[in-house]
Design a protein around this ligand. Structure first.
Ligand SMILES: [Fe+2]
Length: 460
């Protein structure tokens, strides 16, 4: 008999059901045929869950007027400001945001800037960016863009711990993306962090618009802080050699505030947490601008002010999946020692469409003073899951599974945080993995100067 399928994928189950009925007459032949046509999904680490197939792409149409704002999203700027970004098809749309603490009452108003971009024969709408504030922490604000259209609201992050981050990579715009976003939205959080691969437009610029409309209900009410993945590059020889044209135009991040000269790497601080966003697809070698910036950014970290330090990048430095093996290796070799000596607590990556949590590592060895590495590239994109993990499993890898889902990092206080991975399971999100994490700022053995550091390496 075929194994019992726990996941309620209607079409899949229907087909398998027909196969089961057919088995009555010609068991061996039809069983083999069924397995060839509908391969048995691989079981997870717990041997109790069926991995989800790739979902259909969702195109989110523009259903408002030409003058109405669309694709609204917000991001943190400095200690107490927020950038509101949106697009209007009407080139006369104003870059103004009205906002206040009560619905329909806008006591404040800010004016920003606008731009647009061209990509071959595609012309973007008018892209507006307005920085508003100062804002009170932990407060809900109501706002309107361009002086018209629907009212939105967002909640600013708390001033102090606890804070809850949602982390989800390789989002795309499929049925699974919609499922992931629904699960993300089903319980409270403060800031969403995205380690690259947003729209999967892959040069088809209208898909950037579709993605903006898909995520608007979520990205307009909590700050979304993103860094780029390979699907953001969209370079073309001679015409667009630098790449990132749409990404930089549509998803501006607060890089200047952290001394960066590029939207492709930056840092920010929120509620006792220093967040470093690195770029896997811009030069990271010593003597590069990104490397110098990271050195200077790390020098600004005060573990009394921010006892937690986390980093995000796209191509994972540690990965036991067969997909994308070694793609983050040159960046690891260039930069790992900087994050290690800065006592970074966690490093999140995407790119591999699966979930994997490692122990604390430095230079391929378990090290109690190294960061915990987590791959969370399972947001739901059209390319589907990376099903094959290398065997035997490395002892450095503590949990790995190819299922769609999202992660949550709840930093409870200066010393402890709880990480959980929420696997998409139809309409529900199951907590499939979780671990308490202690900040390295609390470890005396790890807070010595780099040249005196007594790292406690363990040979495996
Ligand atoms: Fe990627």
């Amino acid at each position: 008999m075929l194994p019992l399928l726990h996941l309620k994928i209607a079409s899949f189950n229907n087909t398998m059901g027909k196969c089961r009925k057919s088995l009555i007459g010609f068991p061996i032949l039809l069983h083999t045929l069924c397995l060839l046509l509908f391969p048995q999904p691989l079981l997870s680490q717990e041997n109790s869950f069926v991995r989800q197939p790739a979902g259909q792409r969702i195109i989110t149409p523009h259903e408002r007027t030409h003058s109405d704002p669309q694709q609204v999203h917000v991001s943190l700027v400095g200690k107490d400001k927020m950038r509101v970004s949106w697009i209007s098809e009407d080139k006369k749309g104003k870059s103004v945001v009205e906002y206040g603490r009560n619905a329909g009452e806008y006591s404040e108003k800010a004016i920003g800037e606008s731009g647009s971009y061209q990509y071959f024969f595609y012309s973007s709408g008018k892209i507006h960016n307005v920085v508003i504030g100062p804002l009170e922490p932990g407060t809900t604000y109501f706002y309107r863009c361009g002086g018209l259209g629907p009212e939105y609201s967002f909640k600013t992050p708390p001033p102090t711990l606890p804070i809850e981050f949602v982390i989800v990579g390789d989002l795309g715009q499929t049925e699974w993306t919609a499922s992931t976003l629904k699960h993300v939205d089903s319980s409270e959080y403060d800031v969403l962090l995205l380690p690259g691969d947003l729209s999967y437009a892959d040069t088809q610029q209208p898909l950037w618009d579709s993605f903006g409309r898909l995520v608007e209900p979520y990205a307009s009410k909590r700050p979304w802080m993103v860094t780029e993945g390979n699907h953001e590059i969209e370079s073309f020889p001679i015409v667009y050699p630098q790449g990132f044209k749409a990404y930089n135009a549509r998803w501006p991040m607060p890089f200047r505030e952290s001394g960066s000269t590029s939207n492709l790497y930056y840092s920010f601080e929120v509620a006792s947490t220093h967040v470093i966003m690195l770029g896997s697809y811009i030069d990271f070698h010593p003597h590069s601008q990104q490397y110098s910036w990271l050195q200077s950014d790390i020098a600004t970290i005060d573990r009394v002010r921010t006892p937690w330090v986390i980093a995000l990048l796209h191509a994972p430095w540690y990965n036991t999946n067969e997909a994308h093996q070694g793609e983050g290796e040159s960046m690891r070799q260039a930069m790992e020692h900087l994050l290690y000596h800065a006592n970074v607590d966690l490093v999140f990556a995407g790119h591999v469409h699966a979930y994997e949590r490692f122990t604390r590592i430095y230079d391929n060895q378990a090290d109690s003073c190294g960061p915990i590495y987590i791959t969370i590239g399972d947001g739901g994109n059209r390319e589907g899951l990376a099903l094959k993990f290398k065997n035997p499993a490395s002892p450095l890898s503590l949990y790995r599974e190819a299922s769609f889902g999202h992660g949550r990092l709840r930093i409870v206080n200066d010393t402890h945080a709880y990480w959980s991975w929420h696997r998409n399971n139809d309409n529900d999100a199951d907590v499939a993995d979780g671990a308490w994490i202690e900040s390295l700022s609390n470890s005396k053995a790890c807070t010595k100067a780099p040249d005196q550091q007594n790292s406690s390496k363990e040979e495996l």
